[in-house]
Design a protein. Structure first.
Length: 421
């Protein structure tokens, strides 16, 4: 499509160079100023939904008013909408140790899980077992169950306890599919070691980075991972329902067949051929039309990472989470730590157990401390140095102490569960 009078790529945001580890020291005071935070709120739930980046409002407004409003369909070329999935993929790639051209953004995390698992299984056709663990997010398991059911009765999803994953990897396994950070407890798998064991046994590894990207210093290249997927609305702050991403190792990208052979994954979508030809490399993992407005919000959110070192993020998040554990255990003896005590074995969240966990979290939220609850008994708190510091950590622990000591949670209004917990 050629629209006269519109320069191509008018509002493109350039991909930033570097790996995210080049900064001397990350200035978290500067990154804090990049986010809107409601007055009186201590927000410890960025592991579930990141806060609003201040620049996203104007960027989305400009996309809607100046691009969609004025350029109409010409915006696909003139505003660079069509290239957003690949450009955003490269921006995310530098945060997870992935080379340029190996990550693409689009669709939902469940779709990306399906794509990665289906491609991995096809690359290992003589085997029928997918190995996962009970700490995997349930939707990943649901997608695996649905895919395997469609492939035939001889396929098996084997689910073990997180601690048993390494021992369960054997020559029967086709694909190891795990979430690096347990969504409930924050337990951190050793990606490099498990991937190496999977490869030694003749299996491929698919990693879900939903609770890792933007929180843990992931290095997919060093870990020799085969596939990885993740969402962008948690630590990457892309907004509710922000699109997901998929990584395919460059050594596999030309062989991985996309089970969801969508229009934008075609080598020449605007040739309108009746037969499917996969695009080269990671582009074949595109499926449907990019959600442009959501991608622009994500693009704005990723600006906050331009001068951020993931090693600094990891170091600081461990300092904050360990401070929180000390404070809560000293103040709230009725709460039991559910997360690994050793920081190296934990992601960027801390969880405690209590039989009245839901009511406790609702009482906290009513007092301005926002975390979340995970059934059956976990209260969960995320620590994101980009906008959280020691003051928020200590303040949240003090309010939690008040809720526990005074049994403020023991109120009927806090015990009726909402649709989203």
């Amino acid at each position: 499509m050629h629209c006269p009078g519109r320069p191509s790529g008018k509002n493109l945001t350039p991909v930033r160079a570097g790996t995210g580890t080049d900064a001397q020291v990350t200035d978290f005071a500067k990154t804090r100023a990049l986010f809107h935070m409601p007055e009186g709120v201590l927000y410890l739930d960025g592991n579930s939904l990141g806060p609003l980046p201040r620049n996203a409002v104007e960027r989305v407004r400009a996309t809607m008013v100046d691009e969609w409003g004025e350029e109409l369909i010409c915006g696909w070329n003139s505003a660079g909408w069509v290239s957003l999935p690949r450009r955003l993929g490269d921006r995310i790639g530098r945060l997870i140790g992935a080379p340029a051209g190996s990550v693409v953004v689009g669709d939902t995390l469940s779709i990306k899980v399906y794509q990665a698992l289906a491609s991995a299984l096809e690359l290992n056709p003589s085997r029928r077992v997918v190995l996962s663990d009970s700490g995997n997010f349930p939707s990943d398991l649901y997608m695996a169950q649905g895919l395997l059911a469609s492939l035939g009765k001889d396929y098996l999803l084997k689910v073990v306890e997180p601690e048993a994953v390494e021992a369960a990897i054997d020559e029967s396994v086709a694909v190891l599919m795990v979430t690096e950070v347990d969504y409930r407890t924050g337990r951190l798998h050793d990606m490099k070691a498990l991937t190496a064991k999977a490869h030694a046994a003749g299996a491929l590894a698919v990693w879900d980075l939903a609770h890792s990207a933007g929180a843990v210093d992931v290095d997919l290249t060093a870990a020799n991972a085969d596939f990885a997927v993740g969402c962008t609305y948690k630590y990457l702050n892309g907004g509710p329902g922000a699109p997901a991403f998929i990584y395919v190792a460059p050594r596999l990208a030309g062989r991985a067949r996309p089970a969801l052979s969508g229009w934008f994954g075609h080598e020449a979508p605007f040739a309108f051929e009746l037969g499917y030809r996969p695009a080269p490399g990671i582009e074949r993992m595109r499926v449907g039309t990019p959600p442009v407005i959501a991608m622009v919000a994500l693009d704005a959110a990723l600006d906050a990472w331009d001068n951020v070192s993931m090693a600094d993020v990891r170091r600081r998040s461990l300092e904050l989470s360990e401070l929180f554990i000390r404070e809560v255990e000293a103040r709230c003896p009725d709460l039991a730590l559910a997360s690994p005590r050793e920081g190296a074995s934990r992601g960027s969240q801390v969880s405690f157990r209590h039989a009245e966990g839901y009511a406790i979290m609702q009482a906290l939220i009513a007092r301005g401390v926002i975390g979340d609850f995970r059934a059956p008994d976990i209260i969960r708190f995320g620590f994101t140095p980009l906008y959280i510091g020691e003051e928020e950590v200590i303040g949240a622990a003090a309010i939690l102490e008040d809720v526990m000591r005074k049994r403020l949670w023991d109120d009927p209004r806090y015990k009726t569960r909402a649709a989203v917990t």
